[in-house]
Design a protein. Sequence first.
Length: 117
Amino acid sequence: MNWIIGKRPQLGNATCRVANPSSNPRRLGVHWEYSLTPEAVRQLKQLGPSVAAEVKGYLEERIRGATNPRQFGKPLRGELHGLWRYRVRDWRLLCRLDDNVLTVILVTVVHRSEAFD
């Protein structure tokens, strides 16, 4: 077994196993975070406080702490292969999922009418 720092952490009377970071994150039940690119931050500021609040609320409720953020979105194909799409009312969040650091990176926010032109 691989242990971080070579020992088992203690939690009261119980011991817990610290996962090997190279293991499959979806199997271990670890939790994801999110981050925004500078472009996404700029777009959210331009879209106004209500849209920004909805997007942030979605990211906080669905993505942060999720064990599998893929269950909430759809993978994109074609030119956008490698990105994932999440729906927030009339807005589409285009994100990149980084399995190495368990982070959903918000790349851009677009209105659904302009998302895939």
